[in-house]
Design a protein. Structure first.
Length: 230
């Protein structure tokens, strides 16, 4: 299982503990009630394929979303803005700092590994301890997924930027070299943004308009068409 963070409306969280040794996070954007910006946390189970009514194969990703608990409700009167904070991932008390532990104990909540805050316009509709899950989703909705791509380490130009290789025969020794990286005396430096070899992956990646194929409220499962980062 790969740990993901699912955020409706697009806020990104960096995950720290992993399944299958893959660090990943995900954001799901979705209009819910058209007035709030919420987030959910969950796990990516993996990819598979299903068949539609016409017998066509559909590649899908199975996501276990939430349930997430509201850990704090902020209002304009008390905090200067309206927002809610949600948490996910039961964890041992020793894994949290004392301020984090005290923050959750103040609301009589279990220790949670991950917390994320979202602005809302109607904080009165939420309360501490309220559970958010996949009941907010329906089949056929389009969502945007933002996540952290798999890290591939230090990679060359052909793999990282799809550069064309040099000649492989006729005495050429420039097979996978980058070639020129700038002008000479003027300006006499490598310009910013020059595509070169370096770290590939392990960056925030956006996948837009993924269609929800199925929603399983009993198991908190979302089945979306296509792949997600990671």
């Amino acid at each position: 299982f790969r740990l993901f963070y699912f955020l409706i409306f697009g806020y990104f969280i960096k995950p720290k503990f992993v399944f299958r040794l893959v660090n990943l996070s995900i954001c799901i954007y979705l209009f819910w009630r058209n007035i709030v910006s919420l987030g959910l946390l969950g796990n990516k189970i993996g990819m598979t394929q299903i068949f539609d009514e016409s017998g066509n194969i559909i590649p899908v990703t199975i996501l276990k979303v939430g349930p997430c608990v509201i850990t704090q409700v902020k209002t304009m009167l008390s905090d200067g803005y309206n927002a809610i904070q949600i948490g996910y991932g039961n964890v041992a008390s020793k894994s949290l700092t004392q301020p984090e532990l005290g923050h959750l104990q103040k609301s009589n909540l279990q220790p949670l590994k991950y917390l994320k805050e979202f602005r809302v316009t109607n904080p009165e509709d939420f309360e501490v301890g309220q559970i958010l899950n996949v009941e907010s989703f329906t089949a056929g909705q389009l969502i945007n997924v933002t996540g952290k791509s798999n890290g591939k380490g230090f990679s060359g130009l052909q793999k990282r930027h799809n550069f064309t290789r040099g000649p492989m025969t006729h005495g050429s020794k420039n097979h996978r070299a980058p070639g020129s990286i700038g002008m000479g005396t003027t300006p006499g430096r490598v310009l910013p943004g020059k595509k070169m070899a370096g770290q590939l992956g392990n960056k925030v990646t956006n996948i837009k308009k993924l269609k929800i194929i199925q929603v399983n409220n009993d198991e908190n499962i979302l089945v979306v068409k296509g792949s997600v980062p990671g």
